[in-house]
Design a protein around this ligand. Sequence first.
Ligand SMILES: *[C@@H]1O[C@H](CO)[C@@H](O)[C@H](O)[C@H]1NC(C)=O
Ligand SMILES: [Ca+2]
Ligand SMILES: [Ca+2]
Length: 175
Amino acid sequence: MSVSPFVFLLLSAINVIWAIGVAQVPDLTQMYPPLGVSNRLYYISKAKFVSYAQASTWCSQNLGGYPAEIDTAEELKFIEQYAIFTKVRKIFIAGTDAGKDGVFLSQRTGAPITVFDWAKGEPNNSGGVEDCLELNGNKQGRMNDTPCSRASVFHNVLCERDLNEEKRQKMKAVP
Ligand SMILES: *[C@@H]1O[C@H](CO)[C@@H](O)[C@H](O)[C@H]1NC(C)=O
Ligand SMILES: [Ca+2]
Ligand SMILES: [Ca+2]
């Protein structure tokens, strides 16, 4: 993907309001410029967290999302470009293999994560305690397995909102 359409898709506050219909002006000083891709919104926190749980809470409290779930190779391409753009080194995304080593499931839905782009030598489950996923904006945006919670390891978080999914849920909720 060339650089210009990507930059074009980075959203201002007005675009975010338009995209997700939030009533209040979102505080975009807390995040890198959000990225909009065909009814999905992505945003990377400026804050860093020592646990995935805290990072996930930040996503829901800021623009109502969840740590990004990689569903397709195309989606991964977009968010790798976004990670590279921000240059942030350690960025939580969804996925944990706490249940079975090497089998990554979404923390939110339990669905398997099937698309990966590992950094060289990863996943290595270093120390036997790396059960979460991160992107490395300094390593072509590629993936690493990383501890879900460790006091000395700080992660930003990449959040997602999928407006198509929300529409489907709403339609299902209608009796
Ligand atoms: C294993 O991965 C961690 C990052 O999760 C990295 O710091 C470490 O250097 C890697 N170890 C080896 C032996 O590649
Ligand atoms: Ca997704
Ligand atoms: Ca690792």
